[in-house]
Every structure is written in C-alpha cells, then in structure tokens.
Write a protein that binds this ligand. Structure first.
Ligand code: AMP
Length: 217
C-alpha cells in the first residue's frame, strides 16, 4: 500500500501514522522527522534545512524530493505511509513521476481536516520525547508524570517550531502551498476527507475503514 496522509500541521498525522504502521506493516516516512534527525546530526542537509524550519517556511522542493525519493526506495514490500510529504503540488508531481518509473502510484490519500484555532491550541501545547519520539499534550494527552516521557522517563521538550508565531506562519504556508495538494490528488478519485476534530480512536477507525479496502484487494 502506498498511502499519503495530508493535513495541517497538528492535525494528528504522526499519531495516526503510528497506528497505520502497527496495523498494516508499512514504513512510516515523515519528512519532518527525517529533517529533524538530519539537523540533530548536523549533516549538510540538516544545516541547509534549519533556517527554513525555524521560520515555518518550507524547505526547497529539490532538497525534499531527493531526500524522500531515497527513503521511499528503501520501503518494504508492504509499502509506506507518507507523512508531511508531498507538501506542494510540485512535490506531488515529482513523487508521481518517480513512482511511475517503477510502475507504481499513490493508492490512497487520507486528508485530515481541522480548524486553524484547534491547530494552534494543539501545537502550542504539544510536548515530545527527544529520545523515543512519543508525543504528548499539556491538556489532552498528559504523560503519567508531568514533563516526563512514559516510555523512558526523558524530560519532554517543546519543538522550536511549535511556538505561536511559527505555528501561525506554518498555517499560512499550509493554506497557500499544501491545501492545493489534496485538489491535485482529487482528480484520481482516491482522496478520503476525514474530520480530524474529535476522538482519536474514532478517527483511527475511520482511516482503517478506508485502508482496509486496499489491504484486502
Ligand atoms: P513537520 O514536522 O512535518 O510539520 O515539518 C517540520 C518542518 O520541516 C516544516 O515546517 C518545514 O519547514 C519542513 N518540512 C517538512 N516536510 C516538508 C516538505 N515536504 N517540504 C518542505 N518542507 C518540509
């Protein structure tokens, strides 16, 4: 299965991707996570991406497309779920081209829909574990001990791009550049719009209902 998960930052893509991976055995490829790893390892790519990420802007397409094509090539037979990529229509076109060269295509696009104000509240309250990547929220998904990861006890951190100013900028970028990606895929008739406001488990069930159709075929 080749799945694309679209949605504003903070729509819950990361959380849902982990569940999709557990159920279908696909590889989770998050462009944001890959970039953050490159940054923390201070690679050339990481250094190039840093200023864009800190300001809430998008990293240039050619850097991202090369990075993600390399990652997709290593995906297992079961397939992959893309999280945070493609984020521009140009990236979507490049992805299509690169898949088509292997006689493949995106099978299904899950589009998580959510209001800007909800995104703002979710993201500014988000905390994550620098060690295992687990994600929490100061109000909605509290760790058992305040400020500590349930899995390994690490001190939870706030991402530098989860501050109110940067989130506002990321939302602007999303509306201008990423929303048109859903419309780009609509012509293939394989976009499932899902309301991402509500119970996390119910949203997962809805996503599974759509994906099960492909898993069984
Ligand atoms: P995310 O964790 O997916 O919200 O990504 C964090 C940041 O990484 C974004 O605000 C962008 O600066 C950068 N980024 C992630 N994915 C992409 C992409 N597909 N294209 C361009 N920039 C990206």
């Amino acid at each position: 299965m080749r799945i694309v998960l679209l949605g504003a930052p903070g729509a819950g893509k990361g959380t849902q991707c982990k569940r999709i991976v557990d159920r279908y055995g696909v590889l989770h490829l998050s462009s944001g996570d890959i970039l953050r790893k490159e940054r923390s390892e201070k690679t050339e790519l990481g250094k190039k991406a840093q200023s864009y990420m800190d300001s809430g802007a998008l990293v240039p397409d050619e850097i991202i497309v090369a990075m993600m094509s390399g990652a997709i090539e290593k995906a297992p037979e079961a397939g992959f779920v893309l999280d945070g990529f493609p984020r521009t229509v140009n990236q979507a076109r490049e992805l299509d081209k690169s898949l088509a060269s292997n006689n493949e295509q995106v099978d299904i696009v899950i589009n998580l829909k959510i209001d800007d104000q909800v995104v703002m509240d979710r993201m500014t309250g988000r905390r994550s574990c620098p060690k295992c990547g687990a994600v929490y929220h100061i109000n909605n998904l509290k760790p058992k001990v305040e400020g500590k990861c349930d899995n390994d006890g690490s001190e939870l951190i706030q991402r530098t791009d989860d501050t109110a100013e940067v989130v506002a900028e990321r939302l602007k970028t999303y509306h201008q550049q990423t929303e048109p990606v859903a419309d780009y895929y609509r012509r293939n008739d394989n976009v499932c719009d899902i309301n991402a406001l509500g119970d996390i488990d119910q949203i997962t069930d809805l996503i599974f209902k759509h994906l099960d159709v492909f898993a069984k075929s």
